[in-house]
Each structure stands twice: as structure tokens, then as C-alpha cells.
Design a protein around this ligand. Structure first.
Ligand code: SF4
Length: 395
């Protein structure tokens, strides 16, 4: 038994082809995957001592497309985890997968090695919409993957969906929701398509037949209502689950709990620091093989100050349906949440965007949809309020 809990995120920056909307760091040439896996294990050895008093209760293989690696390579990373960290017997262990990349034998071996949750990126049950997104799979491919995953013993499956796809209508999206819920996955994530800067979609955004804002808004509210009617409780802006199946790993991010990220582009929050390796796989591998060989290997590395910690906590915690518990907040930060944000809470409560239930403030479904806007209006880390806390003038 150790003092604290910890999450591990391992980034696998390989994809069969690049989807034109995606700005995650990944490459299509996986010929360096063996060296990459070695480098990940070397990074684990680096952190083993610092994390020796932590219990790992969540592990997440994300990407990119982790399921593009061979089973042998993935098992090597899993061995690296068990060799270097204290993993709880009931730790949640998720692997992300693309429908076209799943094989029965591999899934069985991963399940046997401790992987107990599968997150499948479907996006849409409509093949025209999948084509518009540049996905490499059809809906039939997904159904086949889902079937073999269940057969391989995965009883905790999450499915990623997307709204706001070119030419998508509320009806076609409703059909996707109906089709997917009929399969009874334990968890569903629903994200709005964002046109990210520098992506191929960004370059041709004027030619994309994107649904307008009102249509997107309707799709979001339809999602919340429909999934709730099917027994999926919304526990975060974009995440819905059957009882007892919230994603432990992602909750760690929203609760500001510690995690270490492995690989280029992966972020960490550990030992009161936030840091991330640059998005360059060859530099990452070189530096792990010969520590210090690449100058400035980190893209960020800073200690979190008191005022930043409060800001981060509220920003992240308000994403959850549970919101911010005022008593917990006072005990953790020594400040009255309502005194700090009173004028915003009053204004947004009047407009039906936030509500108070028992001791907690949270967004209403209407508030969830515009939460980014509301939170950025409440927060400016240089604002007088937070500077006041930093200087001790608000106490
Ligand atoms: S498969 Fe996933 S990570 Fe890879 S390019 Fe497509 S959306 Fe991005």
C-alpha cells in the first residue's frame, strides 16, 4: 500500500493514414515502432523511483492508433509498466483502437495481460459521413470489431462519436445514436467536430458543408436527452456512461489528480509540475536512448502556482456534472468559492446556465454546451481576483 494514486498515459503516435480533421501528433510510418517501444520503457525506468510511493489505478494507451502496433510490442510496454510501477489489482486499463485495426488473437492476449477497457473510435454509423471524415473503416468494420472485442472478453467498451460532420443532419446523427446504443456499450463519448488550425479541413473549410450552429446545438441537446433515456448518465460535457462505468483515467484529469504521460506530445502532471515532451518522435527516441542528447526536449515544464491551481481546478472540475463542491473547495484552497465567483454565479444562474444543488455548483445541460465561453469569461488568470489570491490579499 502506498501514499497516493497515479494514472499513466502512453502515447502511440502512429496512424495508418491521417484523418483530415485531426491535429493529434502521429505519423504514418511505423517502421521505428520497436525503437519507440524501447524508448517508452526507458522513460518508465526514469520515473520508477519518483513514483515508487504511488499506486497506479488507471492506465491509458492512446494515440494515434495503439492498435497499429504488434501484440508483441504492446505486451512489451505492458511488461514495462508492471516492472516499474505499483499497479493496483483493479486498475482500469484502457486501449484506444481504430475499428479496422482489431484482431481477435491480439485482443485476447491484451485482455489476458490486464487490458480491461476498449475505446473504439467509430465517429458515425453512416458510411458517407465516415468517408467525409477520411476514416479508413466502414460501419460494418466497426460492428465486426465490436463483436470480436466482446468475444475476447471485453465487458467495458467505450465508443467515440462525432457531431458536426460535413453534410450530417440531426436525423442521420439520431440514427447513429440509435444504432450505437442498440449495441449496449458501457460508455459513449460524443464530440463536436472542430476545425483545428493547420489541418487539411482547415485549409478547405470554406468548401465543407458543415452543419450551422443551431443544427449543431440541436444535435448536442438531442444527444443528452436521448442517451439519458437509454440509461447513459452525462458525467462530463462530452461523456456518458452506464452506472459504474465512468472513465477512471479521464476523471483523473478533470479532478486535477496526478498522471505521467509517456511519449512525444504526452502531458504530465506530477510532483506539482506540468510538463510535456515535444511532438517529435525521433528526438524523443534519441533522448531516451542517450539522455541529454537533445536540448530542449520538453515543450513545457513549470511548477504550478497557488493561483493557477485554483483556476485549473475550477476549469476542469466544472466540466463534470458534479461541478464544484463548495465545502471541498474551502477545505482544499482556504477560500469561499461563492465569494470568489459570486457575481458570475448569480448572473449565470439567472440565465439558467449554472445551478446549485446541495453544496455544489455545476452547469445545467444548456450551460455545458457553452461552458468554454462561460469559463473563459469567469477566468483570466491575470484577473484581479486570482492575482489577489496569489498575493494573499483575498484571504
Ligand atoms: S486515426 Fe485518430 S489519431 Fe489517427 S489521424 Fe485519425 S483521428 Fe487522428
Amino acid at each position: 500500500m502506498t501514499d497516493k494514486t497515479l494514472g499513466l498515459y502512453i502515447h502511440f503516435p502512429f496512424c495508418q493514414s491521417k484523418c483530415p480533421y485531426c491535429d493529434f501528433y502521429s505519423i504514418t510510418d511505423s517502421s521505428c515502432a520497436d525503437r519507440y517501444v524501447n524508448a517508452i520503457v526507458l522513460q518508465m525506468q526514469d520515473y520508477a523511483k519518483a513514483a515508487s510511493r504511488h499506486d497506479v489505478d488507471s492506465i491509458f494507451f492512446g494515440g494515434g492508433t495503439p492498435s497499429m502496433l504488434s501484440t508483441k510490442q504492446l505486451l512489451k510496454v505492458i511488461d514495462g509498466i508492471y516492472d516499474n510501477f505499483n499497479v493496483c489489482g483493479d486498475a482500469e486499463f484502457t486501449i484506444e483502437a481504430n475499428p479496422a485495426t482489431l484482431k481477435t488473437a491480439s485482443l485476447r492476449k491484451l485482455r489476458h495481460a490486464g487490458v480491461n477497457r476498449l475505446s473504439i473510435g467509430l465517429q458515425s454509423a453512416n458510411d458517407d459521413e465516415l468517408r467525409a471524415l477520411g476514416r479508413i473503416h466502414t460501419y460494418a468494420d466497426f460492428e465486426e470489431s465490436y463483436r470480436i472485442a466482446r468475444k475476447a472478453g471485453f465487458d467495458n467498451i467505450s465508443i467515440d462519436l462525432m457531431y458536426g460532420i460535413p453534410n450530417q443532419t440531426p436525423e442521420s446523427f439520431a440514427n447513429t445514436l440509435r444504432t450505437v446504443t442498440a449495441l449496449r456499450p458501457e460508455h459513449i463519448s460524443v464530440y463536436g467536430l472542430k476545425i483545428e488550425e493547420g489541418t487539411p479541413f482547415d485549409e478547405r473549410k470554406d468548401t465543407l458543408a458543415l452543419p450551422d450552429e443551431d443544427t449543431e446545438c440541436k444535435m448536442y441537446f438531442d444527444t443528452v436527452e436521448y442517451l439519458s433515456s437509454k440509461g447513459y448518465a452525462q458525467y462530463e460535457i462530452s461523456n456518458f456512461s452506464k452506472p459504474g462505468h465512468q472513465c477512471v483515467h479521464n476523471l483523473r484529469y478533470w479532478n486535477c489528480e496526478e498522471y505521467i504521460g509517456f511519449g512525444p506530445g504526452a502531458h504530465s502532471y506530477f510532483g506539482n509540475r506540468r510538463f510535456a515532451y515535444k511532438k517529435n518522435i525521433s528526438d524523443y527516441v534519441k533522448n531516451m536512448e542517450m539522455p541529454g542528447s537533445v536540448p530542449d526536449i520538453l515543450s513545457e515544464n513549470y511548477e504550478i502556482k497557488d493561483n493557477e491551481r485554483i483556476g485549473e481546478y475550477v476549469m476542469l472540475r466544472m466540466r463534470l456534472s458534479e461541478g464544484v463542491d463548495t465545502e471541498f473547495f474551502a477545505a482544499a484552497f482556504g477560500i469561499d468559492f461563492e465569494r470568489l465567483f459570486g457575481k458570475y454565479l448569480e448572473k449565470y444562474e439567472k440565465n439558467g446556465f449554472v445551478r446549485k444543488k446541495d453544496r455544489s455548483w455545476s452547469f445545467t445541460p444548456k450551460g455545458m454546451y457553452v461552458s468554454n465561453y462561460i469559463l473563459s469569461s469567469m477566468f483570466d488568470f491575470d484577473s484581479d481576483i486570482l492575482s489577489g489570491i496569489a498575493n494573499g490579499t483575498d484571504k
